[in-house]
Design a protein around this ligand. Sequence first.
Ligand code: SAM
Length: 186
Amino acid sequence: MLDPSSTFVALVHHPVRDRQGRPITSALTTLDLHDIARSTRTYGLGGFFVVHPAEAQRALARRILDHWLSPEGAAKNDHRRQALETLEVVPTIADAARAIQDREGRAPLQIATAARKSSGTIGYRAVQVDGPALILLGTGGGLADEALAGCPLRLDPIEGPTDYNHLSVRSACAIVLDRLFGVRQD
Ligand code: SAM
């Protein structure tokens, strides 16, 4: 069982894949920040890390944060402020893991997500983690091998009744969190 308050999400912009599977760095999509922050807030996660190696892209993320966390931004939309309060901007996945270790006293277990089928993935109900966890979400063409290599656990791809399962990272995040932490209403 995962504890939501010691589970974190990282939106990774490097190392990710291009369409040919080569490692690249992707650009920030500002919508991802708002939507993933709302999901991590809804499911009570410990926090949301935006991982980008380029200072200019981190500055853009911080500028968005500074606006919505300011008294002026909060007065316009306090739900957005509450969601974005969970967001931190860091250069690397290792920095996110270090920040979690500082807070939780233990390094997080890294958990990968991907649309691609591969061997050794695990179902959502089978996830058992004793301690903090960091769920990695990819951008671009998904997490590169270097990021996957640091993940002892990989979640099963989300599938519907068709052979198409290429969700936006925002939608995938919400579904993953609902499968792990959602209150069953059926
Ligand atoms: N530019 C795209 C967008 O609009 O979000 C980025 C797509 S990126 C490949 C999608 C990321 O969302 C993956 O790295 C994974 O974290 C997650 N994802 C997408 N589809 C998924 C699926 N079917 N199962 C699990 N995760 C999925």
